[in-house]
Design a protein around this ligand. Sequence first.
Ligand SMILES: *Cc1c(COP(=O)(O)O)cnc(C)c1O
Length: 352
Amino acid sequence: MSKFWSPLTASLVPYVPGEQPKDKTYIKLNTNENPYPPSPKAIEAIRNAAGADLRLYPDPTCDELIRKAAAYYGLRPEQVFAGNGSDEILAFAFAAFFDPANKVQFPDITYSFYKVYAKLYGLQAELIPLDERFRIPIDRFRGTGGVVIPNPNAPTAELVPLAQIRELLENNKEQAVIIDEAYIDFGGESAVPLISEYPNLLVVQTLSKSRSLAGLRVGFAFGSEELIDGLNRIKNSFNSYTLDRLALAGAVASFEDEAYFKETTAKVIATRERVSEQVAALGFKLTESKANFVFISHPSIAAERIFRELRGKGVLVRYFNQPRIDGYLRVSIGTDEEMDAFIRALREIVEA
Ligand SMILES: *Cc1c(COP(=O)(O)O)cnc(C)c1O
């Protein structure tokens, strides 16, 4: 607390990102980063962009990147917004589409940034409890102040089938519905094709997970022209140059290497399936993951203890000290070697 803080600053409850430790080298399975490097074409494009042109501002409308992403998804450029990571886009979207007079609805167990944004903008939130198997009860989302759902959900990893997303949109035609598809490429079906039917649907995606570019900070939103206009109004009241020249170059090139994207995504999925079986064989229960992480719980050993002991063995995973999920660990899918080390460490803990 400081006397120089505004009342708003004093009231905030900021997001706490997963640890990025500097004390030693860990096997990092705690922030859902992709274990594989970005496409070599993206790295080369970033290198080529690191030149004298950096004295110039980047393109404030991100034209080339937006045309690229639009073509990739079969959309018009007017239906695409690019931002400095999808977190920034979500923050813009909360400001653009939600009204303090009505409650915005999101699941009780979900990406914790939603609560933070709601607080930042003075919005009321209605938290809809997941069912006992951690699935999102879609028919309970019928509010007046908008809806935000990650699909697959985080940290539970469960996917809502597209037919149910359609049901959600049918039930909520008068307010914005945001589907946060940070993990959709790991086995889900995107809601992007529905945006031509539902002018209130905003689909948010990121290059951070499936395209291995968390360090570059690039995300997208796809939606009707009126929603994209809304996002641009907020963005241009804030910062016209949210994507820098290196990010624009790397992101464009990333879309030009579909083969690499497909190959690395398939590897993550294959490793996830193998690890799921191994973890189950060690006595853990798991949710059904369609993401690049698994959500696991041991019937008799406390999650916090497993978290601490894994850390001691050089393996970092994510533990959430919050009701309903404090018996679980979220484990990002690493390379096969990293996951072998994780399974070895886990076996030692379970067998001790
Ligand atoms: C990782 C993640 C994001 C943030 O992605 P960035 O594009 O890196 O900001 C957004 N939503 C969910 C659910 C995530 O897990």
